[in-house]
Design a protein around this ligand. Sequence first.
Ligand code: ADP
Length: 500
Amino acid sequence: MSDDFNQLRILVVDDERDIRDASERILTRMGFHVRKAKRGDEAIDLLPDDNISIMLLDLKMPGMDGMEVLKHVREQDPKILIIIITGYATVDTAIEAMKRGAYDFIPKPFEPDHLRAVVNRARERLTLTREAKRLEEQRKRTLADLDTEKSRIRTIIESLPDGVVVTNAEGQVVLMNPAFQWHLGLETDIGLGRPIEAYVPDESLCRLVREISSGKHVDYDDLCSIEFSPFSDRYLLAKGQPIIGEKMECLGAVVNIVDITALKTLDRLKSEFVAKVSHELRSPLSTIHEQLAFVLNEMVEEGPKQDLHMLSRAKEKTSGLISLIGDLLDLSRIEAGAVCEEPKPTQVEKLLENIVDFLSPRAKTRSQSLTLQVPNGSLPAVTADPLALESIFGNLITNAINYTQEGGEIKVVVDHTGINLRIRVEDNGFGINEKYQEKIFERFFRVKDEQTRYITGTGLGLPIVKGLVDSLNGLISVESTSGKGSVFTVLLPTAGAADG
Ligand code: ADP
């Protein structure tokens, strides 16, 4: 900074030579570059080339007086700080000069210290002005940067293929991109600021957005998603997240919308294909199975041992394949919505009693206990196709038996909670690692570890169970700890609740 000020130029304008020379001496020692002028017009001529920062200006001079010089300088270069040199008698004039834009004044005769103090003040003022200017420029630059950043982000959001909509805490739309408008078939000039319901026709998505916006889902990991269909043949998946402020308050919601129509169509085609192939395979396979059974019967007595063994294995395999095909066909029917064709009020506890009776011998062969706990008194009925219920609980209890060690314990517990019947299938078996607990409901997923490796299965049981529970407007969940056991909980709306 001092370097900067060594460069500062000061012009002393006075008709008295002594004052000019004395000032020059003092100011040079202060580090200024000093220029001198003995008349007003001479000073004005110097200005354009000399880059003057401070001017010491005598008011009383022959020819052009100080006041006139002041006027000129103010017009020519208002940045120059002018310090008026004046006699005591003309202090009023000095004040007048300050009103017209002079920075300060110093009465004649002056002491060197006085001059130094006045000039130092002017120098500080220059420093402050420069600093303020620098900060102002920096602020402008930052604002310009922010502006560029903002428009860059806006461009990115606008060009995203996925729809994006942002709401405030009141659930009003504050931002949306063209993809969102396109996905929902909105007019391009619909504008912002209206409640989410004005833009989205799906009630459950609007409810979700309102819930997130008002701060009900503050957990960032808890990404809520909803599938909906704004028009026939168009399927969208919406994922919503809260926008959390600095004080951890919820500022609104941001919802991302993806078109999943192609995936849905592919999924449907895949299911139709699987259904068709399974159907075509089933009859020839059943025929082979029966023929094998027939040949085996004939051979039991006198046939060679090796052929007998081979054919038995072939028969086992065909029976495995037939059960796989059965599962695939069930799954296709569930996915096509063709289940629960004959719903009727069913007492689930009675149905469970039959299933437990039926599966008890299997549990016994593994020395497992299999028990059913039902509360005293009557339970409300569930309106459902009994075959669907049998499939749900038959699968869950069979799994509990299969994935529990010999001597283990399996409990089926029924109770009534609010509008639902709750059925828990509990075991103290192998358990399921947390990372697989969602995957086990996907088609063909099987956990393969040391304990389960040799257990045969198709990986289709739980997807069937989930499909059936969904079709009954129920819920299924699992809690499990590796090595400790699993609990599958099914909630089914009771007949009264469904009617209501
Ligand atoms: P499958 O039993 O034919 O393999 P499922 O869809 O019924 O197919 O089950 C998928 C996987 O979930 C099983 O392979 C098993 O690893 C796991 N699983 C299901 N039920 C249990 C249970 N009660 N205890 C431990 N693991 C289970």
